[in-house]
Ligand binder design. Structure first.
Ligand code: NAP
Length: 247
């Protein structure tokens, strides 16, 4: 399958479920040909690609562990061959384990930094040479960075690194007409937030923002669509917190 020359192409990492899946759906609706990246959720990613294709869009599911540079390189090759040159990269793939710093294992620490930081690094490095002139990059931070809640030290450290990448990379791409921004969601109703929490804990998160609800994946997908779309052309090197006013 090859898209027409005018179809803009987007890669969304970690798009088999959660926020990434909503971003893929929204970008497809906005006319992008979408590469749905996943690490293990092949059935979900393939089903989403089929759904978007049946709705008249162009979408493929592409397996790649973002923490693995070779797999990320191969993912870009596949997307270029099947959909065309990439214009939008959404670095959504991420993991969260809330464990007090003193109890964090080496393995969990490594996983958090490998996926959240190295994963973002790997795709940004590819994007530097592969993205179209006029391209857009949207990274994923988190509002937890502003909250300093116990248990979030390692996760927040990974997201601080992502914010650092965002600010510096925006400047390193000078002259290419490519913007690099990040979205920093507040609590969003996905398995990343909900798994392993009691109803009371979930309700506590829902009450935190002045808008008094959990965010939905679509709340973040619309922010990503803005940053990837024509109205955000002058927004560059920024971190946009989307959290119902939480912080
Ligand atoms: P989620 O529901 O747990 O989904 C995570 C996605 O990332 C899945 O599609 C998963 O795919 C993929 N993924 C995990 N490891 C991967 C890897 N090594 N390579 C490629 N894909 C991988 O999480 P979410 O809530 O949608 O979170 C998305 C992003 O938003 C993350 O960066 C997270 O830190 C950020 N965020 C979330 C919240 C929130 O409250 N939910 C708040 C702030 C920020 P597989 O199933 O195939 O592994």
């Amino acid at each position: 399958m090859t898209t027409s020359r005018n179809t803009r192409v987007a890669i969304v990492t970690g798009a088999s479920r959660g926020i990434g899946a909503a971003v893929a759906q929204r970008l497809a609706r906005d006319g992008f040909a979408v590469a749905i990246n996943y690490a293990s959720g092949s059935a979900q990613a393939e089903a989403l690609a089929a759904e978007l294709t049946a709705a008249g869009g162009k979408a493929i599911a592409v397996k790649a562990d973002v923490a693995n540079a070779e797999e990320v390189r191969a993912m870009f090759d596949t997307v270029e061959a099947q959909l065309g040159k990439v214009e939008v990269l959404v670095n959504n793939a991420g993991v969260l384990k809330t464990v007090p710093l003193a109890d964090h294992s080496d393995a969990l620490y490594g996983q958090a930094f490998d996926i959240n930081v190295r994963g973002t690094f790997n795709t940004l490095r590819e994007a530097a040479t592969r993205l179209n002139e006029g391209g857009r990059i949207v990274n994923f931070s988190s509002t937890t960075l502003a909250l300093n809640l116990p248990g979030y030290a390692i996760y927040n450290a990974t997201k601080a690194a992502v914010e650092a990448f965002t600010h510096v990379f925006a400047k390193e791409l000078r002259g290419r007409n490519i913007t690099v921004n990040a979205v920093a969601p507040g609590p969003i109703a996905t398995s990343l937030l909900l798994d392993g929490k009691t109803d009371e804990q979930v309700q506590a998160f829902a009450k935190m923002p002045p808008l008094q609800r959990l965010g939905q994946p679509e709340d973040i997908a619309s922010v990503v669509a803005f940053l990837a779309g024509p109205d955000a052309g002058w927004v560059n090197g920024q971190v946009l917190r989307a959290n119902g006013g939480l912080a």
